[in-house]
Design a protein around this ligand. Structure first.
Ligand SMILES: NC(=O)C1=CN([C@@H]2O[C@H](COP(=O)(O)OP(=O)(O)OC[C@H]3O[C@@H](n4cnc5c(N)ncnc54)[C@H](OP(=O)(O)O)[C@@H]3O)[C@@H](O)[C@H]2O)C=CC1
Ligand SMILES: O=C(O)CCC(=O)C(=O)O
Length: 426
C-alpha cells in the first residue's frame, strides 16, 4: 500500500465526517487551555494508506476495490479502530472516523490512539468466499502498517467477527506464527473476547440508562426509537427493552416499523441474523427512516450511518434526548440547533465506546493468553462506562457546555497532556 497526502477541498469538507470532526475539535479547544500547535496537529492524520485490493470473483473475473486505513494519533498507545465495508467509504470519512477513535479511546482512558479504515464495497454484493478473499488480500496489503503494538483493526459496519478471523489468519500466515492481538472482535475460539460483538450496543443502553437517570426519566416509562438494527442498534434496543423501556420503532436500510405499544425486539432479526429483515408484522406499521427520526419519543438512538441528523430535520426532531449509537450521526449545524433547542445529545465517543473498551479487554486477554468469562466482561465494561460517564458528567455540570463538548474536554485534555509530556510533537 502506498502512503499519500490528504487533500480536501472546501466543498468536500462541507459534507464530510472530517469536517464535522474538525469543527468539533476546534470548538472543544475553546474551552480549555491547550497549545494551538497541538490542536493544529490533531486536525490532521499521521498517515493515510490507500491501496487497490484485487478480488477474483466467483465467476473468474477480477475486480479492483479501494481500501483505506487512516491513522490519526498514537500518542497514548497503538492506533485502534474498526474496518468498514460500505459503498460510501471515502478517505475523508476514514480520517474523520479515525479522529473520533482518538477521542473515544481517550475519554475511556484506554491506552490506544485512533484509526479507521475500510473498503469501498457493498458486502451484500459478495459471496462469503469473495468476502474472505477480499479480506485476506486487504490484510496482505496492510501488513506493514498493522500489528498488536502498532495498529489494531476491529469490526465496524459491514464487517464482523468472521471478517476479523480471516484478517487475523492472513496476517498470522505472513508472520509465520499465530498473532491473535493483531485484530480484536474475533470469535472467542481464536482469542476473541466474549461480549465484544454486543459491547457497543450494550454501552449505548448503559449510557441511555444513565442519561435517563440524570434527567429524572424512569426507564420504565421511556419510549425509544432506534435507527439501524445491526450490531449496535439491535443490542441497544433489546437491552433497553429488557430493562423496561418501550421500544416503539426500529429500522434497517429499507425503512422501519412502529408500534406505540412497543415492539418485541427479540422477535425481529438483526442485520447479523438476516440483513434487511425489519419488516411490518401484525400490529406494527411501516415508517420511513426519515419518519423514525422525527417520532415523538423520549429517546432517539441513531445507530446506522452518519449525517442523518442535519439542518434539514433538526428542528423537526421531537425526541427529548438523543443518544448517538452510530459514529457521527449529527452534523455540526444540527448539533448547534439541538443545543439552541436544549435537546441533549450524548455523543458517539462516549455512547458507543463499549466496543473499543471490550476490544481493549480482548487485547489484554490475547497478551496474557487467558480468556475472561462473559460475566467479568460485562462487569468490567459497566465499571469503565460508569467511570467515563462520571468524568464527562463532571465537566457537563461544572461548565456551560453541551455533552459533546464535555466529552471532548475530557478527551482532548488527556491527549494534549500526553503530547506535551512526551515533548509536543510525537
Ligand atoms: N460494530 C462496532 O463494533 C461498532 C459500530 N459503531 C457504529 O455503529 C454504526 C452501525 O454499525 P454496526 O451496527 O456495526 O453495523 P451493521 O453492519 O451491523 O448494521 C448496520 C445497520 O444499519 C442499517 N442501515 C444501513 N444503512 C442504513 C441507512 N442508510 N439508513 C438506515 N439504516 C441503515 C443496516 O440495515 P440492513 O440490515 O438492511 O443492511 C443494519 O441494520 C456505525 O456508525 C458504526 O460505525 C460504533 C462503535 C462500534
Ligand atoms: O473495537 C475497536 O477497536 C473499534 C470499534 C470502532 O470502530 C468504533 O468504536 O467506532
Amino acid at each position: 500500500m502506498s502512503e499519500q497526502k490528504t487533500v480536501t477541498t472546501a466543498d468536500e469538507e462541507a459534507e464530510s465526517a472530517l469536517a464535522t470532526a474538525r469543527a468539533q475539535l476546534e470548538r472543544a479547544a475553546t474551552h480549555i487551555d491547550v497549545d494551538a500547535g497541538i490542536v493544529e496537529r490533531l486536525k490532521h492524520p499521521t498517515k493515510v494508506l490507500r491501496g487497490s485490493v484485487p478480488l477474483e470473483r466467483d465467476d473468474g473475473t477480477v475486480e479492483i476495490f479501494t481500501g483505506y486505513r487512516a491513522q490519526h494519533d498514537d500518542v497514548r498507545g497503538p492506533y485502534k479502530g474498526g474496518l468498514r465495508y460500505h459503498p460510501d467509504v471515502t478517505e475523508d470519512e476514514c480520517i474523520g472516523l479515525a479522529m473520533w477513535m482518538t477521542w473515544k479511546c481517550a475519554v475511556m482512558d484506554l491506552p490506544f490512539g485512533g484509526a479507521k479504515g475500510g473498503i469501498v464495497v457493498d458486502p451484500k454484493d459478495l459471496s462469503a468466499a469473495e468476502q474472505e478473499r477480499l479480506t485476506r488480500r486487504f490484510a496482505e496489503e496492510m501488513r506493514d502498517f498493522v500489528g498488536p503494538t502498532v495498529d489494531i483493526p476491529a469490526p465496524d459496519m459491514g464487517t464482523d467477527a468472521q471478517t476479523m478471523a480471516w484478517f487475523m489468519d492472513a496476517y498470522s500466515m505472513q508472520e509465520g506464527e499465530t498473532v491473535p492481538g493483531v485484530v480484536t472482535g474475533k470469535p472467542p475460539v481464536i482469542g476473541g473476547s466474549y461480549g465484544r460483538s454486543e459491547a457497543p450496543g450494550r454501552s449505548v443502553a448503559l449510557v441511555t440508562r444513565e442519561t435517563a437517570d440524570h434527567y429524572d426519566l424512569p426507564l420504565e416509562t421511556a419510549t425509544v426509537a432506534v435507527q439501524g438494527f445491526g450490531s449496535v442498534g439491535s443490542e441497544a434496543a433489546r437491552l433497553l427493552d429488557e430493562w423496561g423501556a418501550t421500544v416503539v420503532a426500529v429500522s434497517d436500510v429499507s425503512g422501519g416499523i412502529y408500534d406505540a405499544d412497543g415492539l418485541d425486539t427479540h422477535a425481529i432479526e438483526s442485520h447479523g441474523e438476516r440483513p434487511e429483515a425489519v419488516s411490518p408484522t401484525e400490529g406494527t406499521s411501516q415508517i420511513t427512516n426519515e419518519e423514525l427520526l422525527e417520532l415523538d419519543v423520549d429517546v432517539l438512538i441513531p445507530a446506522a450511518v452518519g449525517n442523518v441528523l442535519t439542518n434539514a430535520n433538526a428542528d423537526a426532531v421531537q425526541a427529548d434526548i438523543i443518544v448517538e449509537g452510530a459514529n457521527g450521526p449529527t452534523t455540526t449545524e444540527a448539533d448547534r440547533i439541538f443545543a439552541e433547542r436544549g435537546v441533549p445529545v450524548i455523543p458517539d465517543i462516549v455512547a458507543n465506546a463499549g466496543g473499543v473498551t471490550v476490544s481493549y479487554f480482548e487485547w489484554l486477554q490475547d497478551i496474557n493468553r487467558r480468556q475472561w468469562s462473559l460475566e467479568r466482561v460485562h462487569e468490567e465494561l459497566e465499571a469503565e462506562m460508569l467511570s467515563a460517564w462520571e468524568d464527562v458528567r463532571a465537566e457537563f455540570t461544572a461548565r456551560d457546555v453541551t455533552w459533546r463538548e464535555a466529552a471532548y474536554i475530557v478527551a482532548l485534555s488527556r491527549v494534549a497532556e500526553a503530547k506535551s509530556t512526551r515533548g509536543l510533537w510525537p
